[in-house]
Design a protein around this ligand. Structure first.
Ligand SMILES: Nc1ncnc2c1ncn2[C@@H]1O[C@H](COP(=O)(O)OP(=O)(O)O)[C@@H](O)[C@H]1O
Ligand SMILES: [Mg+2]
Length: 240
């Protein structure tokens, strides 16, 4: 569904990504892990049309090089940005309506009904300002908003950021349901343990380069990964 080949992104003299190649097949849940500054957000931005790059990004057999960001949304890409970026002074419902980029009202309302079935807490809070929601609820809202445009591939930037382990689990369980319902998911995370527990496959990004890839369970058991990303708390939190 998505094939990124030899992607290079530079910010002036800084090379944020160097010859990065990743692919995601239809129906897969793929995670890319990497520490702060590795280039994760830059990769999603390039895929989404928010960064200038060298190399190829092919989505559903179409090269995206000259495709504007809003066209990518129409083609079936949707991004849940880092830090959620809900509009705090708008209501939950208004935030959701904004997700239906360019679609007609009837379509948007139908999608809203559909997504709040997965996130019932949002329905209870339709009229509340998004800024009043907890971090976990805001993340659910950001995901729900990204689903209103009816994407085929959902891109997510650090969904676990700033959330407590219980809430992270809740978010990832929603993602698992979405995957089961046929959505293809590509997410980037510093939180390797959460991401690899739920994803089918993973990539490891270090200083703008892919250094390792494999099935999630292989990566979780990789000693190098354990040392670099999983740390001491891994067992306590995730192997129970
Ligand atoms: N707009 C920008 N201008 C200059 N440098 C940037 C910009 N955005 C990111 N960078 C640099 O690119 C590298 C990768 O950043 P980023 O993609 O945000 O990493 P991550 O999301 O993995 O934390 C970092 O060294 C960061 O400082
Ligand atoms: Mg980032």
């Amino acid at each position: 569904m998505l094939k990124v080949t030899s992607l290079t992104v530079k910010y002036g003299s800084i090379v944020a990504l160097k010859n990065v190649s990743v692919h995601i097949k239809k129906g897969e849940f793929v995670a890319l892990i990497g520490s702060n500054g590795a280039g994760k957000t830059t990769l999603l931005n390039a895929i989404y049309g928010l960064a200038v790059f060298e190399g190829d990004v092919v989505f559903k057999d179409k090269n995206l090089s000259n495709v504007a960001s809003h066209k990518r949304i129409e083609m079936g890409l949707s991004l849940v940005p880092e830090g959620r970026r809900v509009f705090p002074n708008m209501t939950v419902l208004e935030n959701l309506e904004l997700g239906g980029f360019k679609k007609d009202k009837q379509f948007i309302n139908r999608k809203i009904d559909e997504v709040v079935e997965l996130f019932p807490v949002l329905k209870e809070r339709f009229r509340q300002l998004a800024g009043m929601l907890s971090g976990g609820e805001q993340q659910m809202l950001a995901i729900a908003r990204a689903l209103i445009s009816d994407p085929e591939l959902l891109l997510m930037d650090e969904p676990s950021m700033g959330l407590a382990p219980m809430v992270i689990k809740e978010v990832y369980e929603k993602l698992s349901i979405l995957k089961k319902n046929g959505l293809t998911i590509f997410l980037v995370e510093q939180n390797a343990m959460a991401a690899l527990k739920y994803a089918d496959r993973g990539y490891v990004l270090e200083n703008g380069k892919i250094v390792l890839q494999g099935k999630s369970n292989e990566l979780i058991n990789d000693n190098e990964i354990k040392r670099a990303y999983l740390g001491k708390e891994y067992k306590e939190k995730w192997e129970r």
